[in-house]
Design a protein around this ligand. Structure first.
Ligand code: GRF
Length: 212
């Protein structure tokens, strides 16, 4: 595959975006644009610092989710990327949007999917007495946090862990995990076929592959 053009969607701090920016210097992907639904997202400043074009499409400017999704879709189509990367993007994308970009959207989620889909993952992992926790990268489908998992990074939960300490350690792992998976996609090694993730022409198990 020639250079892979990536659009990254964010809503907040963008520390995963930063990891992807840092790795892009030596990788086969180019970040064509960073789009945020929130004008105050710190990630926009990170992108600007790196010389990456940014765009704000505020969901509050639209009557409903369908209209927001459509505006987002049109803005992305105008850039014509090979891959869409959700990095702390806090809006749910509708079925039409997801099927338009099917097989070309990745998300990172702070839990060992299929455990703890949705929010408050670190609190819930502690409440459940988990011994291990972590992060997953998956293809995005209509099924929220339920698309096929590509890879996971794990940490051991310590007796004195809090939601904050877990979040910090999981985030460090995310920063290693996400660029690695984006590079797999950019290198033509990764695909979604028949609702399953494939790496190097092998179907991946339900929890993906360990990334390290
Ligand atoms: C990360 O924990 C990611 O797993 C989740 O949102 C958070 C984004 O953090 N989807 P950041 O904006 O990349 O710092």
């Amino acid at each position: 595959m020639a250079q892979c053009n990536v659009v990254i969607l964010i809503s907040g701090s963008g520390s995963n975006l930063q990891a992807l920016i840092d790795q892009s210097k030596t990788a086969e992907y180019t970040i064509a644009s960073v789009i945020s639904n929130n004008a105050d997202a710190y990630g926009l400043q990170r992108a600007t610092r790196a010389g990456i074009p940014t765009l704000v499409i505020d969901h509050r400017d639209f009557a409903d989710r369908k209209e927001f999704d459509l505006a987002l879709q049109e803005a992305i189509d105008a850039i014509n990327p090979n891959l869409l990367v959700l990095a702390g993007f806090m809006r749910i994308l509708g079925a039409d949007f997801v099927s338009h970009f099917s097989g070309r959207i990745l998300n990172i989620h702070p839990s060992l999917l299929p455990k703890f889909q949705g929010t408050r993952t670190h609190e819930r992992a502690l409440e459940a007495g988990e011994k291990e926790h972590g992060a997953s990268v998956h293809f995005v489908t209509e099924d929220l946090d339920g698309g096929p998992v590509i890879a996971q990074e794990r940490i051991k939960v310590r007796a004195d862990d809090t939601a904050d300490s877990l979040q910090r350690r999981v985030l460090q792992k995310e920063h290693l995990l996400y660029p690695k998976v984006v590079k797999w996609f950019a290198g033509g090694r990764l695909a979604m076929r028949d609702g399953q993730a494939w790496l190097d022409n092998n179907p991946l198990p339900a929890t993906g592959v360990p990334a390290s």
